[in-house]
Design a protein around this ligand. Structure first.
Ligand SMILES: NC(=O)c1ccc[n+]([C@@H]2O[C@H](COP(=O)([O-])OP(=O)(O)OC[C@H]3O[C@@H](n4cnc5c(N)ncnc54)[C@H](O)[C@@H]3O)[C@@H](O)[C@H]2O)c1
Length: 379
């Protein structure tokens, strides 16, 4: 194969990830599927007029000139698109969350095994330098045997990201523990080297949602000049205070991982700042990151005094490109996987396990906060 021929399903915001496979020495984008005509037109401008376009993704999946399919459509479509592409004999790149239910992920993984093709999940955070530095420190044994992992996700702009469109409904994404959360739960799994076995969670809709009409759009709203949540973003401008909003915006999860590692995950969608803070504690010390400062701190039990935050401070530089360089690196890794047989940084099972942990946490917080076991993958 000279160049991998990629077809893309979903050409909205995330559709631009596909640009990495255009004008690439090892790949070309030959087809796009999208239901919005404006996005299809913009895609044709980027990809060239000879590109195949359709509003029905099944027409893309059945094409012989498509070797690989990237599923960049909304979460609730991942399962049907990924399974259709694998069953048609295509390699698949699927954005996170892999699906919006554990059973949906299992469906995809079984289709993947049966296909003999390659599957990658869009865990671009695993390629970001700040987290790779943390991973290397842990793997070097600097903090000893990992025993605890804490993640706080301050989702400033949660309204802009999630409450103006399909994300706000359970049928769109199930829970935001699967949306932003599938990244964080995966990072906890990756940094500790262990998957979640059981969870308990509390959550609520404490800020967004309300009594406004489901039909109200920002552009028509009488309060648009003063509303802090106003956006000028066609297709993503439903009112964040509307009645149908239902996914929780304030979530607290506790987890027990394999090997008895204890973890906690805190996610809030109405903080004024945006960043993720991870702390991993081992028998010899702890490692912590700061995204605003682009630093990683390491403190060992041999270090100076308990009041000092760090023995060592790493200043981390970002790579160029979207999501702190994670986007160009994951698109290249997809080509390495398909064309060179390289193992992906995140195996497909990791995509399933982060969704399974998020689904179990959503179930717990919607049924009184009791312990819920994360089911094993049934092949
Ligand atoms: N890994 C990351 O960092 C990252 C970042 C952003 C988004 N994502 C993921 O990408 C996916 C898309 O997110 P987004 O922000 O682009 O959403 P979006 O709503 O902006 O775009 C989705 C696009 O899919 C289109 N679409 C809807 N139904 C379709 C269908 N049946 N066939 C083809 N296209 C269809 C929509 O018209 C829209 O243009 C989500 O699953 C999200 O989790 C991942």
């Amino acid at each position: 194969m000279d160049k991998l021929r990629v077809g893309i399903i979903g050409l909205g915001g995330r559709g631009h990830l596909g640009d990495g496979w255009m004008n690439n020495e090892r790949s070309t984008v030959v087809a796009g599927a999208e239901v919005a005509e404006t996005e299809l037109a913009a895609f044709r401008e980027r990809a060239g007029e000879e590109v195949f376009t359709t509003t029905d993704y099944r027409r893309l999946v059945e094409r012989e000139d498509v070797d690989a399919v990237a599923v960049l459509a909304p979460d609730f479509l991942h399962e049907e698109c990924a399974v259709a592409a694998l069953e048609a004999g295509k390699h698949v790149f699927c954005e996170k969350p892999l699906a919006i239910s554990t059973a949906g992920c299992d469906h995809i993984l079984r289709a993947w095994k049966a296909s003999g093709k390659q599957l990658m999940v869009g865990f671009n955070m695993r390629y970001m330098n700040i987290f790779r530095v943390m991973k290397e420190i842990i793997e070097a044994g600097t903090i000893g045997e990992v025993k605890a992992a804490w993640c706080r996700h301050f989702v400033g702009f949660g309204g802009q990201f999630y409450y103006h469109d399909w994300h706000a409904k359970r049928e769109g994404t199930n829970s935001l523990l699967l949306q932003k959360g599938s990244h964080d739960l995966d990072m906890i799994h990756w940094l500790t080297g262990a998957y979640t076995r059981r969870v308990a969670a509390f959550g609520g809709l404490d800020f967004y949602g309300g009594e406004r009409s489901n039909d109200l759009r920002c552009s028509e709203c009488p309060d648009r000049r003063t509303c802090t949540e106003y956006v000028d973003w066609p297709g993503h401008e439903r009112c964040v205070w509307r009645q149908e909003v239902e996914v929780e915006d304030n979530n607290t999860v506790i987890m027990e991982l394999e090997g008895g590692i204890k973890a906690s995950y805190l996610q809030c969608h109405f903080t004024p700042d945006y960043h993720r803070n991870y702390t991993i504690i081992g028998t010899e010390g702890r490692v912590e990151n700061s995204e605003p400062e682009m630093k990683v701190w390491v403190k060992t039990r041999q270090g100076e005094g308990y009041k000092h935050l760090a023995d060592r401070v790493y200043e981390v530089k970002e790579y160029q490109g979207g999501h702190a360089g994670g986007d160009p690196r994951i698109t290249e890794d997809f080509l390495d996987m398909v064309l060179e047989g390289k193992e992906p940084v995140a195996p497909p099972l990791a995509g399933r396990m982060s969704v399974a942990a998020g689904c179990a946490a959503a179930e717990s917080m919607r049924s009184g906060g009791g312990v819920v076991l994360v089911p094993e993958m049934e092949w």
